[in-house]
Design a protein around this ligand. Structure first.
Ligand code: BGC
Length: 822
């Protein structure tokens, strides 16, 4: 179908709607959808998070989704075509769940490693972010499902996220923060963009006329819909004039009736509202829910039959970054395997995804323990906990058999439900059959718990409201958790669990458990949600004893594999990180194990950088990110050498937090100044003259590479790089191209070098290839703040082909613009 035909259908539909219907269409009808308008053959548009899976409209493990590795992992593959295949799978998942638009990808930048949602964004580099995002968007939309590239723009940290005013210079905005959005809009034509919570230079993003209307739509030609981040829209007139098409969630929004009234009162021209409706109808047509217009992608053309497990495993192994491998400690292969001591809480309870709205519920997770048990000969593997990174209580999963009973104020049962993990998360109208928000007074989570171990078990609650917790006949807690003026409304979902007490229990003896919850009714809240959980922790062991046990196991083995990890309290949404340390006693554990066994391999299970103070004392370090549901299978593939760890760092990993050039995430008087200008990530490390633990682009793989030559054409549009697999096994190399200005310009300050392109190649040992990489014009341009336009900076440049920003192998000189700069 052509754009013209679609536009005709959209106009015809628009002309049939009255003002009230149009205004209603622009506000959410519930948590995730827009109203249907049967009079014009329009179905209800359903949106869902995003980005590593499609949760669907229900926030529960009862409705599982494939969980792919974290966005940082996807970026570590440096492979836009793999991102595209991830998109195909996500579109398939979306269609399975009746979702039309995915609220993803997240393409904010890794400005500070403290950013709480760092795991959910791709990289510190705008070019890499834009390339991965382009692949992802193209892949999802090839499946007939829309994307919502988020969060537009400069939502790079979480502290005071609803109100922070980010002060960002025009050059940094254009060259860094807007750049991925620009690349994706121009190359993949996303059908949606999400306006961020924060302000940029004094204007809240949902109302930002300049960035939304002039830059995004005007300059870049974006023709999709702009949706607010959830609860970000605050001003009917400001939002609609600022270019915001849809206010989510509902039913209480600043659009709907308020918007119709604003038109009637003459505050907003009806033509402005029509434009927003047009954007929504165009989206509806594209995803196939406007009867008069065929979908953008015919059913027969949508990729289908994709195996989620296989793809999750492939992306995971391609994303793992081998940052250290002394004496070719990895892969463990053949006779060298011997006895393996696997150590670490996360080896058994794998942390496969980050927290917050990015959370999905996979129907199974292959932990490192599962993966290695399946891959190693029987009896070769021992497991010990070593250290528990969390002293917090977790979901009431293992050993619990629970259900939820809903009652009205008179105590009558009005409905029941399953409660996987003891977590009740019912949003909008996603309530058990027969239950309404008005009638619901209390929810009782009740059933049995059969402990795995004897000892003092810890119980607690998460959420806001009144609680009465009874375990084995003992009242553990009876009280209320209120909502303060500063409480983040998402606290009930993402907040810390609170321990309420302990009960001594015997292994194998089932006891009764009941958590009675009285719903907290909050007036004027746009989202009606019932969210609370029962949380539990087993008997606590002496941390020194746990380490000693692991050391014993390591000593008795040929190889020790320690899996260290962050927790949900460290990497999630709604708050930033405090430091980059691994939580708990994990550093002590690694040091002790490394002292006992020289063949110690550490697997780092985190979505973003952590300090690895012992990294020089261990044989190998493998970064596995949040590896998705096939974590352990991919890990076994890579550790045992069936596959190569294919990843390269998408962001710099520091030795210590103190070394990081840009860290600030806490606003001062409501403002966060991006004082560093265009110097973030490796650009900032270079300027500061500091050496990180592992530089941007670094990653070893299992073979060696010789770079033989580089040629750049005189017009500086393409580079040809010859390289050879100089090692002894087949491998894949990511050839990175950096551009470095030669000589100083007295007019503009520029980074020492920046990424200008990349490509990968897979070769047998001894084989040679020539890789051709385009050099975009933009690589030689800056944003000229006085001209308010892109300007080519004439002069001499080195074009460097590299294995990382710090490991540059071959260089060519080019002259751009005919004359050298001043
Ligand atoms: C997040 C968005 C997400 C939305 C809906 C917000 O809190 O910032 O990324 O899409 O919630 O879950």
């Amino acid at each position: 179908m052509t754009d013209f035909e679609r536009a005709t259908a959209v106009e015809a539909a628009l002309s049939k709607l009255d003002l009230d219907a149009k205004a209603r269409l622009l506000g959410g009808q519930d948590m995730w959808s827009l109203p249907a308008l049967p009079e014009i053959g329009l179905g209800s548009l359903v949106m869902s998070d995003g980005p590593i899976g499609v949760r669907g409209v229900r926030w529960t493990a009862d409705d599982p989704s494939v969980a792919l590795p974290s966005p940082t992992a996807l970026a570590a593959t440096w492979d836009p075509s793999l991102a595209r295949r991830a998109g195909h799978l996500l579109a398939q998942e979306a269609r399975r769940k009746g979702v039309h638009v995915l609220l993803a990808p997240t393409v904010n930048l890794h400005r500070s490693p403290l950013g709480g949602r760092h795991f959910e964004a791709y990289s510190e580099d705008p070019l890499l972010t834009g390339a991965i995002g382009t692949g992802y968007v193209a892949g999802v939309q090839a499946g007939g499902v829309g994307t919502t590239v988020k969060h537009f723009v400069a939502n790079d940290a979480e502290t005071e996220r609803f109100t922070v005013n980010n002060i960002v210079g025009e050059r940094a905005l254009r060259e860094l923060y807007l750049a991925p959005f620009e690349a994706i809009v121009k190359n993949a034509h996303p059908w949606g963009i999400m306006a961020a919570y924060n302000s940029v230079n004094g204007h809240t993003m949902t109302e930002h006329r300049y960035l939304q209307n002039e830059v995004l739509r005007g300059e870049w030609g974006f023709d999709g819909y702009i949706v607010s981040d959830w609860m970000a829209a605050r001003d009917t007139v400001g939002d609609i004039l600022g270019g915001l098409d849809v206010a989510m969630p509902g039913p209480g929004t600043v659009y709907g009736e308020a918007l119709a009234a604003a038109v009637r009162d003459g505050l907003v021209e009806e033509s402005v509202l029509d434009e927003a409706v047009r954007n929504v109808l165009r989206l509806a047509a594209r995803v196939g829910i406007l009867d008069s217009a065929p979908a953008a992608v015919a059913e027969a053309d949508r990729p289908a039959g994709i195996d989620g497990d296989a793809l999750a495993r492939e992306i995971a192994r391609r994303s793992f970054v081998l940052v250290r491998n002394e004496g070719a400690a990895l892969p463990l292969g053949g006779d060298r395997i011997g006895k393996v001591a696997l150590i670490g809480t996360a080896a058994r309870e794998a942390r496969v995804l980050g927290g917050g709205s990015a959370q999905v519920f996979p129907d199974h997770v292959t932990s490192p323990l599962d993966g290695l048990t399946a891959a190693l000969p029987q009896g070769a593997l021992t497991y010990s906990v070593g250290a528990d990174p969390s002293d917090e209580l977790a979901a009431a999963g293992e050993g619990f058999d629970l259900r939820a009973i809903c009652r009205d104020a008179g105590g009558q049962v009005i409905g029941t439900s399953t409660v996987p993990g003891g977590q009740v998360q019912w949003m909008g109208n996603d309530l058990p059959d027969g239950v309404t928000h008005d009638a619901l007074f209390s929810v009782e989570v009740t059933g049995t718990f059969t402990p795995r171990e004897s000892g003092a078990h810890h119980f607690g609650t998460r959420g806001l409201g009144g609680f009465r917790l009874v375990v084995d006949g003992q009242v553990v807690y009876d009280g209320e958790q209120g909502m303060g003026p500063e409480t983040d409304p998402f606290e009930a979902f993402f907040g810390a669990p609170v321990e309420r007490g302990q009960v001594t229990l015997e292994a194998g003896r089932a006891v009764e458990v009941s958590l009675f919850y009285v719903v907290l009714k909050i007036e004027d809240i746009p989202i009606k949600a019932i969210a609370f959980s029962l949380v539990h922790g087993g008997p606590r062991r002496d941390p020194d004893e746990l380490i000693a046990e692991a050391v014993e196991a390591a000593r008795a083995a040929d190889t020790a594999i320690v899996v260290v990890a962050t927790t949900e309290r460290v990497e999630s949404e709604g708050f930033d990180r405090q430091d980059l340390r691994l939580p708990g006693r994990q550093d002590d554990l690694v040091r002790a194990v490394a002292a006992a066994n020289p063949n110690t391999v550490v697997v780092v299970n985190s979505g973003s950088p952590v300090e690895l103070p012992w990294r020089g004392d261990v044989a190998a370090v493998l970064l596995s990110w949040f590896p998705g549901q096939e974590a352990g299978a991919a890990l076994a593939d890579v550790l045992l050498g069936a596959e190569e760890p294919g990843g390269r760092l998408p962001s710099t990993w520091p030795v210590a937090f103190e070394d990081v050039p840009v860290t600030q995430v806490t606003p001062v008087n409501g403002e966060l100044s991006y004082d560093e200008g265009v110097f973030i990530g490796y650009r900032a490390w270079d300027r500061a003259g500091r050496t990180p633990a592992y530089p941007f682009g670094h990653g070893l793989g299992y073979t060696d590479w010789a770079y033989e030559s580089i040629d750049v054409d005189p017009a500086a549009t393409t580079a040809r790089v010859r390289l050879r697999n100089a090692g002894s096994r087949r491998g894949r190399e990511v050839v990175q191209l950096y551009v470095a200005p030669l000589g100083l310009s007295d007019t503009v300050e520029r980074p020492a070098r920046w990424l200008a392109g990349f490509a990968s190649v897979e070769l047998d040992p001894g084989a040679t290839a020539e890789v051709v990489i385009d050099l975009p014009r933009r690589a030689f341009q800056i944003w000229d703040e006085s001209a308010r336009d892109w300007a080519t900076v004439a002069g001499d440049y080195a074009v460097e082909a590299a294995r990382s920003v710090a490991d540059r192998r071959v260089t060519a000189a080019v002259r751009v613009g005919g004359r050298p700069s001043a």
